[in-house]
Design a protein around this ligand. Structure first.
Ligand code: SF4
Length: 370
């Protein structure tokens, strides 16, 4: 990982900045992080080593740019032009810029920016729904070749489906907050964000848990050095078509408890079998209906990322469809929320059998005795 900090220092601008690590580190050495100054490394991309080669090389990987400030900070307006010049002079390097000031982008780019430099990725952060809804429409409207989103520190459940569905976002990263005063990161928020990425086919990187991690109702204090490893161990990062989700460990719900929960849902408990359904089941027999359920589960839910997920199960037309909605087996999102089966994985034969069993249990419970 190569880092280029052309200036240092920043001003806090939104909720995500509250415990900014730049401030924390500067305070530890008695420095005022709100004072912005040009660094000695301002021209790092052009600096040479003692053998005459560049210090920053393509082999060194992406150049993370301005990591102790914000590249679009107004206090750095006089220094930014030369940075764009250096990015142009080093087309062999990929520059990665993370910003909370995407709304300043247009006033900061050089005249020859065009549709964007090929070697520059712009990543907008959104730590909560409010900032997502403010920054992401701007990010999508700008001339940028490579757009990414980073939700870190993730402060609440956020919904960014409509931005992902544009196909203009190439990657999403998320993580918790570190430091002594870290705010909680709830694993449910991470899973929800991942689910949205899976559905939109956007790669998702669960980078780190943060220092306070809430999982299954239990709060964990996680040491800094373990935060990335713990996130990695969860296997909740997602790369389309990689089968990475096969490694996620999860526990299917207790069947009895599941049916109690379903009965408490106004929407789920509103489904029932009508006379046509009952007649159909009696004519075909439960074994045949089970075969239909097996087919529907395999065809509509089985793929890693089924087409039209969320809309693949009609509300009527077959008693199994009703049972799928009533038992939250209608789409992969519902399977994740109600049955803990992670999105983004090909369903195994065992998982398909479990889903079919749940559907058939509901049908049998709702079939009046003859
Ligand atoms: S924008 Fe980034 S660097 Fe600046 S204060 Fe906020 S978190 Fe810190």
């Amino acid at each position: 990982m190569q880092i280029w900090n052309p200036w240092h220092g920043c001003q806090k601008i939104s909720a995500g900045c509250k415990n900014c690590y730049v401030y924390r580190r500067d305070e530890a050495v008695g420095r005022d992080a709100s004072q912005v100054r040009k660094t000695n490394d301002h021209d790092l991309p052009l600096k040479k080593n003692r053998f005459g080669g560049y210090k920053l090389t393509p082999e060194g990987g992406t150049v993370f740019t301005c990591m102790t400030s914000d590249f679009f900070l107004d206090g750095a307006d006089q220094w930014r032009g030369s940075c764009f010049e250096m990015m142009k002079q080093r087309p062999d390097l990929d520059f990665y810029i993370i910003t909370k000031r995407i709304d300043r982008f247009l006033s900061c780019i050089p005249d020859d920016w065009g549709e964007g430099y090929e070697n520059v990725t712009i990543c907008s952060t959104c730590e909560n729904q409010d900032r997502a809804d403010y920054r992401l429409p701007i990010l999508l409207s700008l001339p940028i070749r490579n757009r990414e989103i980073i939700c870190e520190p993730l402060l609440e459940e956020i919904h960014i489906e409509k931005y992902l569905e544009t196909g203009l976002i190439s990657h999403v990263t998320c993580g918790g907050e570190s430091g002594d005063n870290a705010r909680v990161c709830d694993f449910r928020w991470v899973k929800e964000l991942r689910r949205q990425c899976v559905r939109a086919g956007v790669p998702f990187y669960f980078k780190q848990t943060g220092a306070l991690f809430l999982k299954d109702g239990r709060l964990y204090h996680i040491e800094r050095k373990l935060q990335q490893a713990q996130a990695r161990k969860s296997h909740y990062s997602y790369t389309p078509n990689s089968h990475s989700a096969d490694l996620i460990r999860y526990t299917l719900p207790d069947r009895r408890a599941l049916f109690v929960r379903l009965s408490r849902s106004k929407f789920r408990s509103g489904f029932g079998l009508d006379e046509d359904d009952i007649r159909y089941i009696r004519e075909k027999g439960l074994d045949t209906v089970r075969h239909h359920a097996e087919d529907f589960v395999r065809e509509r839910l089985g793929d890693e990322n089924p087409k039209n997920d969320g809309r693949q199960t009609p509300m009527r037309g077959h008693p199994v469809f009703k049972a799928m909605h009533a038992t939250a087996c209608c789409c992969r999102s519902c399977l994740e929320k109600w049955h803990a089966i992670p999105s983004g994985k090909q369903l195994t034969a065992d998982e398909q059998a479990y889903i079919t069993d749940v559907i058939m249990e509901w049908i049998e419970k709702h079939l009046p005795s003859e």
